[in-house]
Write a protein that binds this ligand. Sequence first.
Ligand code: GLC
Length: 533
Amino acid sequence: MTQHLSGELKWWQSGIIYQIYPRSYQDTGGDGVGDLRGITQRLPYVASLGVTAVWLSPIFKSPMRDFGYDVADYCDIDPLFGTLDDFAALVAEAHRLGLKVMLDYVPNHTSDEHAWFQEALRGKDSSKRDWYVWRDPAPGGGLPNNWKSFFGGPAWTLDPASGQYYLHQFLPTQPDLNWRNPVVRQAMFDVLRFWMKRGVDGFRVDVIWLLAEDERFLDEPANPDWKPGEVEHNSVLHVYTQDQPETHQYIREMRQVLDEFDDRMMVGEIYLPLDQLLPYAGTPDAPMVHLPFNFHLIQLPWDAHAIREFADRYDAASRAAGAWPNWVLGNHDQHRFKSRVGAAQYRVAQTLLLTLRGTPTVYYGDEIGMQDVPIPFEQMVDPAGLQQPDSPAAGRDPERTPMQWDASPNAGFTSAQARPWLPLAGDAAEINVAAQEADPRSDLNYFRALTRLRADFPALVRGEYRSLDTEFDDVLAFERTTATEQLVVLLNFGPLARELGSLVSGSTLLSSLGDQPEAAAPLRPNEARIIKR
Ligand code: GLC
């Protein structure tokens, strides 16, 4: 059935994206850090999940100050992860298994160790000076303006040799590229071509909404809603550093490069409200990203009413804009969704992600119900946490811990003698792939049941979405329909059984509680149920 879909929908529309954080998936080298050979070894597992594409967080040469989001060479693999040959083997194995491969493209900034920045540092006359964003000190001396780094402190660092400051929206070791410079754009577009020629099917594009800054370099206005104790970056409104018109233009150009090759795609990391988000899909004449990441399931309160209201608006707006929708519950920058919504709601959330209209993106380990791992300050390695000790939630280590494969000493992630780069979850001996493979009622097999339903019932993939009224605030109900199929998804966000009456005729295809209740039986506390009418 998935076969005949492919004629109508592209893989990135009908499929599911699975994000792997390479440091944490599988180590084969015994250094406690995951690598490409490890990922390749585990690809049959990935395929067994019923997902379509793997997105790898950055694997390029990097000093790893931001764990690979600080790239020193876009066209080489960091030795920590392997070699270009290892990558070729990974792509070949993925394709053999019918999986697409997506890389993480980091265009906004390089590492300070990138040869381009090293050249730029040679002085104002350097041929690459204008590849980065430089400003003189303010008239009275000091920072050029009040722009802030996402990781705390100013977005400017002084280069003492030239007396100028360079811009970095993240760490001082992550200087921002100057996208206004057409030569920079060409160099960065060549990076895309380099990887597409090596068989890469798509890209997740890092902080794509930050590419351009306003040329006047004015101070950003104070954010009236900001309270002391919240991350400093939010103390101003980012009207001059985010979502600039030029950024839209650069993305249109980027898209033309993708379109030089067959069937490639990009998904953009964009944390913006709906009205600013959807324009990133572009128009039929001037397309931009294939999928502008929709992070609202992460940001909204976990509340049936709020989610219904958003899903209705998003579905209608996507349709009107001609954009294909997508949904995300977790990634390497966000606390694990099971920790956010609570264990009781875990399967409700998973069901929602995989049954709403649009492409789901799944974060590794969420399919077995991995949770945040508490990391004491002494063991913290994430710069976002280390630089902002007053905002403990800013640290991203808890959601980046090693994949839990089995009950052996390092959970099968690395050899028993090795020291994993981040500690394993305390419950890894119980919560792991091997244990869950053996249990038909496990979270892992529930995940597979959901992906199987998507394969068996095209309505879940390409059907219309319509939310349904119930008399209960804590129930989210919606249908997914094609001309020949009508499925109803019922999600109980609360701890009380709910009698839904006539809404639920038909037969139950799947219940999150692991049995097969009558479709019309009351929806039990925290139950997700999928019904075929
Ligand atoms: C994105 C990445 C994040 C990284 C930042 C800087 O938000 O997801 O992990 O720290 O960009 O590249």
